[in-house]
Design a protein around this ligand. Structure first.
Ligand code: 7TS
Length: 406
């Protein structure tokens, strides 16, 4: 059993009131709150160990380098990569996808080729592929979803063709919560020689991710959605692929030998980490992993699943509320629209009740359009949410209906 009170006590930001009401934070899919251990690890780095990495001979530089590489090792274990060199520190999922598009994509995608994405993608795993395809004279293909919000795997099979150079697919949809069967998808893609990039931004805080078990070639995620700091993220890449990839950004740290005419590159991961890295962010991410590891992750998942089921059941009872589908297996997201009410207005009333949710297109405009909507209200869950949070959401929705009419 989870000690929810102890978990909540780890998060200073949760113990506040907004608009005179206790904060009910239901926007963790946008960014999770941070446990004290993460906040303190970042502060401790700046207070005690702050120095630039990989270049100094002094004590602090040594400590900072060890801190960065120690965090890399923690991330390696967290996703069960083989060597730590497969872990590249970047700003977040967005930067990781852009790195793959610019480096791997430019080398592999040419005129007449195809890149395959899905209808569930966040803009950050869609727009970089639109740009790449436009630049290379390639075609972007999109695998659709069924009425339950699941990917159409038969369609995926049809779209994986001889010209497909990459499949880019999210593990968990940020708008619907659909968990896609990544292992089966990777098997289908690999059977046709197609490498797979997984956008794990919405998965890592909830599901145990094992990149070797999934078999994917790349896996991207952001620290700030898994209780870590903003500004730090991770790209896992299979060593053989990272080694063949050219740098995307260049400058200090990523070079080996430089003359006025040319330069040679460091091996991965440093080849992809030009400039001073976010060492404090990496340390904070390591602390977030330690924090998660101290919990029983199976219990956390069971708790989040129970809340999700309870939330779905409660929302379904509200007259005039359309709950969006969340797939056969669903994670931590409740997206809905209220008849005749604009999601922004609903969100504003909820905020006055202390309930923080996300409203809008959720950076998944094409998906919402497919569902006949331009925006939605999204409540999203994390380990620290409670049944009382869901009750507060439901009460605030009744308040919204009473205030806004419709
Ligand atoms: N991919 C998915 C599936 C996401 O949910 C997000 C952010 C990103 C990529 C981008 O991550 P970033 O850390 O690089 O910004 N999603 C959301 C969201 O749903 N609400 O705010 C941000």
């Amino acid at each position: 059993m989870l000690d929810l009170q102890a978990i909540r006590a780890d998060f200073p930001a949760l113990a506040q009131s907004v608009h005179g009401r206790p904060l009910v934070y239901l926007d963790s899919a946008a960014t999770s709150q941070k446990p004290r251990a993460v906040i303190e690890a970042v502060a401790r780095f700046y207070q005690e160990d702050n120095a630039n990495v990989h270049r100094g001979v002094h004590e602090l530089a040594e400590r900072a380098t060890l801190a960065l590489e120690g965090a890399r090792e923690k991330v390696r274990g967290f996703v069960n990569a083989a060597p730590a060199a497969e872990i590249v520190f970047l700003r977040g999922t967005t930067e990781a996808v852009n790195l793959i598009a610019h480096s791997f994509g430019r080398a592999r995608v040419g005129p007449g080729d195809e890149v395959l994405v899905t209808a569930l993608e966040h803009h950050s795993n869609l727009v970089p592929w639109q740009l790449l395809c436009a630049e290379r004279g390639a075609t972007l293909r999109v695998c659709g979803i069924d009425e339950r919000g699941d990917l159409r795997l038969d369609e995926l099979d049809r779209l994986l063709g001889p010209r497909t150079r990459l499949l880019a697919v999210s593990h968990v949809s940020n708008a619907l919560g659909t968990v896609s069967p990544i292992k089966a998808i990777v098997e289908r893609a690999h059977a046709r020689g197609v490498p797979v990039l997984v956008d794990g931004a919405q998965a890592v805080a909830h599901l145990a991710v094992d990149v070797r078990e999934l078999g994917c070639d790349f896996y991207a995620f952001s620290g700030h959605k898994m209780y870590g700091p903003m500004g730090i993220g991770v790209l896992y890449g299979r060593a053989a692929l990272l080694e063949e990839m050219a740098p995307w950004q260049s400058g200090g740290e990523m070079v080996s030998e430089v003359s006025f005419e040319r330069a040679t590159w460091q091996p991965p991961p440093r080849r992809f980490e030009a400039g001073t890295p976010d060492v404090a962010g990496a340390v904070g991410l390591g602390a977030a992993i330690d924090w998660l590891d101290r919990l029983d992750r199976k219990s956390v998942l069971a708790h989040e699943r129970a809340l999700l089921a309870r939330g779905r059941a409660a929302l379904e009872k509200i007259a005039g509320l359309r709950l969006l589908p969340g797939g056969r297996e669903s994670s931590a997201v409740l997206s809905f629209a209220l008849d005749k009410l604009h999601p922004h207005d609903v969100g504003t009333v909820l905020d006055l009740e202390g309930v923080a949710v996300r409203t809008g297109h959720l950076c998944a405009q094409p998906l919402l359009r497919l569902l006949g909507l331009s925006s939605t209200v999204r409540a999203s869950l994390a380990a620290y949410n409670t049944e009382a949070d869901l009750d507060a959401l439901v009460n605030a929705l009744h308040q919204a209906r009473a205030t806004l009419g419709g």
